[in-house]
Design a protein around this ligand. Structure first.
Ligand code: MLT
Length: 411
């Protein structure tokens, strides 16, 4: 008899985005003439920038020549990409990251889901509520939670409410926790953590010997240069934080797949008999065993993001989406909706009109406005009463969606 991992049975319903896709598919099949505007999952809509396409093309051609064969790559990534990361994403902002602290991967979803494997199953985790569902679900699968309660929250996980009152950036908890997932700019609330907030987190983590898992997948959307792009801009973070970055949103790589995780050499965990162990060594061992590096052309494409043309072209794409975010924010605010985020992130976080539930709002938006959003409650109990609207779409569709939402909810 083959026993299953029963932790999977604790998971609530399906994963959020496939569930939304299922409901949208059903509606679309029943209403084939509806012109649906998809502002649900944060998936890019602009074509790949020319510099990226050129890098992919020429790397593929290179691999077609006898002298250009690239088989298995180095498991942490090619030096040309890692050096560009250290130079442009870190040194340019005054942060020194060594090349052996960077681990290139095929996505931050994977990294943020897999990183928990290097920690003990008895580790207590905390997440901000709402948060990206991968953080909680992967820890539930690994057995770090009890059962789900009626509001969908799991016993044994500490949820830190991210609310209007704390600008959606909760302070550290009173109690010690082993692992804390933070995300800035935040998915789903579109908020951004301040220097003060992150400083408080780093201080707390060092005092409690905790590890922060800092998801910075949306850092390119920060509009104010004084705001921290990296947790390592905070003094002491090298001793307590792991950071994840992605090319998905910043350079349109959702279908290309490339990201990276930084694990500083100073960062340590503890064995049951008190021995201190370098976490970068464990992550390196995990990746070398379970992952076979990102394809060469994809890493060349990621490196092209840092070329002068790549930087200019991808910055223009980010600016395009951020203009959409500003239009959503201003257009919905002007119509009297409670709207947050959208200033340093490609998401706006809107209070549901009339206080209806998140899923009811999702249903109303879909059936009456033919607009897809993401129900806030899908990101955690504190997301109830909100809906997330993504800025990833064409200008025309975003303007049309704003007009439809205003019409439906004010009529
Ligand atoms: C989202 O919509 O939250 C993201 O696109 C999902 C992801 O990055 O996996």
């Amino acid at each position: 008899m083959t026993r299953i991992n029963e932790n999977y049975r604790k998971l609530q319903a399906g994963y959020l985005f496939p569930e939304i896709a299922r409901r949208v598919g059903e509606f679309s099949a029943a209403n084939p003439d509806a012109k649906i505007i998809r502002l649900g999952i944060g998936d890019v809509t602009l074509p790949l920038a020319p510099a990226i396409v050129e890098a992919l093309r020429s790397a593929a051609e290179e691999m077609g020549r006898e002298t250009g064969v690239h088989g298995y790559g180095p498991e942490s990534g090619y030096d040309f990409l890692i050096e560009a990361i250290c130079e442009h994403d870190y040194r340019a902002r005054g942060v020194e990251i060594a090349t052996n602290e960077v681990f290139v991967s095929d996505g931050s979803k994977q990294d943020s889901g897999n990183i928990q494997e290097i920690f003990g199953t008895e580790s207590r985790i905390a997440v901000t509520d709402p948060s990206y569902p991968v953080y909680v679900d992967t820890n539930v699968m690994a057995g770090r939670s009890g059962n789900a309660r009626a509001d969908g929250a799991y016993e044994g996980i500490l949820y830190l409410p991210a609310t209007e009152a704390n600008d959606f950036a909760p302070p550290p908890p009173e109690e010690p926790v082993d692992l804390v997932y933070l995300c800035s700019p935040n998915n789903p609330t579109g908020s951004v953590a301040s220097q003060e907030n992150l400083t408080a987190w780093v201080r707390w983590a060092r005092q409690n010997d905790s590890v922060l898992i800092f998801d910075a997948a949306y850092d390119a959307f920060i509009q104010d240069d004084d705001l921290p792009h990296s947790i390592y801009e905070i003094e002491g973070a090298r001793e307590c934080a792991i950071e994840m970055r992605s090319y998905s949103k910043r350079a349109g790589f959702t279908g290309v797949r490339c990201a990276y995780t930084v694990v500083p050499r100073q960062l340590e965990g503890t064995t049951s008999d008190g021995e201190r162990v370098c976490l970068a060594d464990l992550w390196s061992r995990r990746q070398a065993t379970k992952f076979n590096s990102v394809p060469y052309p994809v890493q060349r494409a990621a490196a092209a993001v840092y070329s002068p043309e790549g930087r200019k072209q991808t910055a223009e794409q980010v600016a395009y989406y951020m203009r959409n975010a500003a239009l959503l924010r201003e257009g919905l605010q002007a119509a009297g909706f409670g709207v947050f985020g959208g200033e340093h992130a490609p998401y706006v976080w809107m209070k549901t009109p009339g206080g209806i539930s998140s899923w009811d709002c999702f249903g109303e938006l879909l059936s009456r406005a033919h607009v897809v959003g993401t129900p806030g409650s899908g990101f955690g109990a504190c997301g109830e009463g909100y809906i997330r609207i993504s800025a990833f779409n064409s200008r025309e569709n975003v303007e049309e969606a704003i007009a439809r939402i205003r019409r439906v909810f004010s009529g």
